[in-house]
Design a protein around this ligand. Sequence first.
Ligand SMILES: [Zn+2]
Length: 1140
Amino acid sequence: MLARTLQRNVRTVATPLRAAIGQTRQYADDKFKERETAAENQYIHKKQEEQIKALQEQLAKAEKRANDLQAEMSYLQKHPDVTKSRLNTFMSDSQFKDVNIHAALYEARVSGAPHVQLEVWAAEGTERPTFEHAVKQEFKPIKGSDHTFGPSWSTHWVRAALEIPREYAGKEVRLLFNPGCEAMVWSADGMPQQGITGGNGADKRVEYVVTRKAKAGSSVTLYLEVACNGMFGLGDYTIGPPDEHRTFRLQPVELVVRRSDAIALYYDLSVLKQMLDKLPRESPRWWQALSTANAIMNAFDAQDAATLPKCLEIARGFFAARPGDATHQVYAIGNCHIDTAWLWPYDETKRKIARSWATQLGLVERYPEYMFAASQAQQFEWLKELYPGLFARVKEAVKGGRFIPIGGTWVEMDCNVPSGESLVRQFLLGQRFFQEHFGVRCRVFWLPDTFGYSSQLPQIVRLAGAEYFFTQKLSWNNINKFPHTTFNWVGLDGSSVVCHMCPAETYTAEAKADQLIQSVAKHKDIAYTNESLYLYGFGDGGGGPTDDMIERMRRMQNVDGLPRSRHAHPDEFYAHVEKKADGLVSWHGELYFELHRGTYTSQAQTKKNNRQAEFLLRDVEMLSVVAQESAPGFKYPRDELTRLWKLVCLNQFHDVIPGSSIEMVYRDSDRMYADVLESARGMKQAAVEALFAASGLCAAEQASGLLVLNTTTWPRTEVVSVPGGGMKGCEQVRKHDQAALMVAAAVPGGGGVQLVEPAAVAHSVPASAYRESGSGLVVLENLHVTAKFNAHGQLVSFVERRSERELVPPGQAGNVLRLHEDIPLFWDAWDIEINHLEKYRVLEAASVEIVDEGPLLASLAITVPIGSNSHMRQFVSLSAVSPRLDFACDVSWHENRKCLKTAFTWDIRSDVATYETQYGVVQRPTHRNTTWDLAKFEVCAHKFGDLSEFGFGVALLNDGKYGYATLGNTMTLTLLRSPKSPDAHCDMGDHSFRFAVYPHRGAFNESRVVQEAYQFNVPLVQLPVDMQRASKAVAPAAVAEVEGLRKPFFGVAGAPNVVLDAVKAAEDGAQDVVVRLYEAYGGRARAKITTSLRFAGAVKTNVLEEPVDKVEFAAESGGCGGSVVVDFKPFEIVTLRFSK
Ligand SMILES: [Zn+2]
């Protein structure tokens, strides 16, 4: 049943891929016809073959993966102790012998008349008569085989008349005779033939070969002299005095024909069993014996002899190994981990690279077997710019195959904080650099030192042309030991990559024998794969291997007592594992790192800058694509965007964005982010102005209205603000900054534009703020919700008005600000330790004042003293048009080893909370059942965490915080930390950030939380305009869509679960436009992606923007715009490339 399901799964994967291969051929053939020149034809042919080859590889991998799944099923039974006991049961000749190996040992057996007829004569007392005397006596028939011999020391003679069945002709026929005691087989003419040892002991010998080759219908008479004593007399223990009254029961007497292959298998299994009893568990052979025995038991069917050859074949594989064959193979590679910034600034890293790699080039020259790997395209680019001579030497060594660029990314980035698009850009920049300068496409994603790995990485890695993953960081887990070293890592969408975590548990090994021994001893998957990677060389601050290390490696490469080792390209190791691995196990979902949980929060400004840069660049790219298409003369700022993305990617390095670097590093990154944000804002403004100028509009000094543009793909209704006031006729001015407020209603998505006039606002239920008489609670209210705050600034009631649902349980609250003691065990900036949850104080507001009373925005200000030097001011606001309650916080922060959290307790019950991750969500427990659950006491989330039950949920949104935790029905967000190492002033000073609570009907996957979280982070693009001029330029209606810009530039129809995340110009300089979308909720979709821009075709690509599949581009009549329909799998990332 299982096998059939799996086969069906293979077909499910294989069929569309086969279809894709067919389509690709067809597509290429079609294109072929269109082209004229021979050169073009040749090019297309080549491309076609490449593409088909890639698809075929993909198909092969899909099929392999289905096989792996099958192996995984058997793995469940492969808990070693259970499996070892299973073998005992399989060999037992008492329990289960009707279904185990014993049930297969004989192909034929017969007992009773006419084939087996028995008679018996018993001698007097303890007499031991001769054969001649005995055969003359009177024998009495035994009924069937039902007979008991006794008492002790007596002798009984049995006459057996055997008639061999006709169908046994030509076969070896044996007599099974087990009297329970000793006996002698005599021929009819009085010749002793063989001893019998009855019973069920290890010394049992109860088979006698009657004939090696039976003749049809032949008969044989035998005599059996039964002696009523055992091999060791009759004692009740070996040397005890004999029991004089013992009797022995004759077991059924049969003529049998052995099944030779079953017997052979029985002996094979006996040896396997003995090896399992005696070999040490650290021995690869122990695991191989266990998995061999298990595979045999799975292949065996007692009712079907045809399964035996397969079982024997499995056994032969094991027995073919000769002494030494099981020696573990280590693939060694020199490396020097150079943290791109950490306890030193970027500028010093540039020199570290030169120092380290120059040294390594020397070693490459001196030691012909030596190989060295280096990651991070950024480091190669610095070398190229600053040390061109050295770069040329590196290039030569790369060509020679001894200096190996690896990893495929711009830097070895953090994988918690960067967005999905950032992870893609890491590969896009990295792989393109390696391709351009070395002609190399990296196949191994290389992150020895990063602090946890998102569940979307397997898909992104695959889409970036890589297929393997290396790390070792999970060996640092401080609660649970990660159970695997070599395994299939299966991501959120089902994609998988082969992952290896070197069992030596370090990437800075020193070429020592003990580490090589550990490569075997700590290998957790040695049952499937008897090889490992070994990374040696001084690192973190660069350096790499020394002469000493290479000399030692030479001596250790082939020595009895050590594993074999040799230098090799890591690709070779992985390709070997992939091919040879006997069904790797799978690990599904994130590789959560059980340490460094403080890195979701430390260096708050860096994280906020990164978030802002990610979304600003998103807007710039999309608006620039649109402006280039519709505004004459506008040029897509390609080089500047590349420059900025490189800076953003650089600061995502695994010690910078996590917050674990020294202060100098953050002075540098602050400067870089200021550069990125300023330049991006300028480019965005330029694109917007160009876009609107094309419609006859321009930015006005004296604005009387506002043009808004929506870069998300769904319509949005929001209260927008124009800073600085001065806008005539607006209904409300926000108190704290005098910004004019207006409502932008249903702004179309996908670049849709709307003209908003201040006066044209009419709302039946405005937002309001008031103090409730009696209770003294401060209330914010609109059409959707009523929120009540107590004098401590806590949310004590939150009612969704339509359903009248109260979300705060009685006596509980939200916006509970907690100041925790935050003293980790050692790694100050890195770790928030579990004990922080046990020690905190709840902060209480000094004042809660109503600030804005509506009608468009109701808000209150909460002042919270934090400590003697720290304080917070919160603006809590509710607009007239949304149930979302926003908290804007200004904090002056001067604490020491304290962290600040906000906590919301909801009347919602769920065992899991949902958190956003890159291009999707991940669910984590709200309880601490197991140590694996407990370890996730602080987890990383992107724009939101959500707690939902059937019918209702509440999301907690943020604009740059990543540390969440949910215990029971309380969700917390970590706002600030105050570590003192390695940056003595980390996070001291002023901070501004926002979070929000968003209640929704329906559980998470029926909600719009993903969209709301985008809106919270991606404001509507705004351009203040002169309404009089605007009105002349556009339709007369006061609030109208702008003529000519009415149609969205990009839209997603028919799939509310598909999000358009990026629109950009193709990286290779062609005039093509790349659009990236993903399925956000974990389901299927058929999405129609529309565009009003002028394109001629579209193709589905990987994230490197190379075509992987055909899509049908349906052009609109009139030649303006068109659409493609794309099917999405759960959490699938789809990249489309539109061409002219
Ligand atoms: Zn590092």
